[in-house]
Design a protein around this ligand. Sequence first.
Ligand code: SMG
Ligand code: MG
Length: 366
Amino acid sequence: MKIEGVELRRVALPLVAPFRTSFGTETSRDVLLVRVVTGSGEGWGECVAMADPRYSPEYVEGAADVLRRFLVPALPPGGDVYAAERAMLPFKGHRMAKAALETAVLDVRLRAAGVSLAAFLGASADRVPCGVSVGIMDSIPELLDAVGGYLDEGYVRIKLKIEPGWEVEPVRAVRERFGGDVALQVDANAAFSLADAPLLARLDEFGLLLIEQPLADDDLVQHAELARRLRTPLCLDESIESAPNAAAAIALGSCSVVNIKPGRVGGYLEARRIHDLCRAHGLPVWCGGMLETGIGRAANIALAALPGFTLPGDTSASRRYFATDLTAPFVLEDGHLPVPTGPGLGVEPLPDRLTEFTTDTEWIPL
Ligand code: SMG
Ligand code: MG
């Protein structure tokens, strides 16, 4: 196998509704796709960086820049994914950009070998239970309508985005309307401080599955202190960028659950290492989401089928975000999505959709 070059492709997909978190509101998904081309095939990867560096320091334009300037030129042409991972290691950070390129290499390689990503990673399930992430709303009635709609669709777990001023009341309202049996969790995207511990402890009475990333990304010690003051399990998202980070968080007692997002940790190889580490320590993990198109969604579903993913992830159906996806849509069935079985990611962008939504392409010969 010889990689001839890499295409960077920018795609803009409108969202079905604005998605508000503690750090901002998304109305459209500006996606960077990476396509690795060999003499006999191609492989795709989706970069999960957002347009602005608010979730993490990475952003779409920055990811494209580091790919064209450093990561693609360093790529070994043979198509070995471990060699690709090693070649990118000297360049610090930029994990979302690295993950996209690594995934495209993995996809082209697995397609050539006729092996699915799920099989390569060691998946043990053929379908995964799905949760949904519900944005911050203007009012409680609006929130209850949204949650009710998702429960009707069959989602098996609800995650509420929270921020200071939108925490206890939305959780109480959802519990009052939909009862104590709904699997419910919250995500603060780092919007609180340790001084808010008494406020966050008021969530204890609602029997949440977990509180995700209440404090700042780099606050492992304070997360450990907060964990001691809450009964609700603490889950980390932004804080966990690598397996060593996860090991530190576990050793410190900063969390008892981990949200694994392959983009955030530099790819599916590192995501699997974090899964293995957490499983060895008895911590449940679940697969996060970054409003992926069908390309990234397919790969996340394969990862979520590994045995340590014992909690439902943010692996929702395509229509949660997009009226029209780039691939054939993922459709919820009895609260689950099927794990793709075809070689590689098992999905491909539909050519007409790709043409319709592409805003820019760039070819980088190797
Ligand atoms: O793909 O369903 C999804 C998004 C789930 O809430 C979600 N993601 O912090 O977990 C998180 C956020 C990050 C993206 S917010 C724009
Ligand atoms: Mg999160």
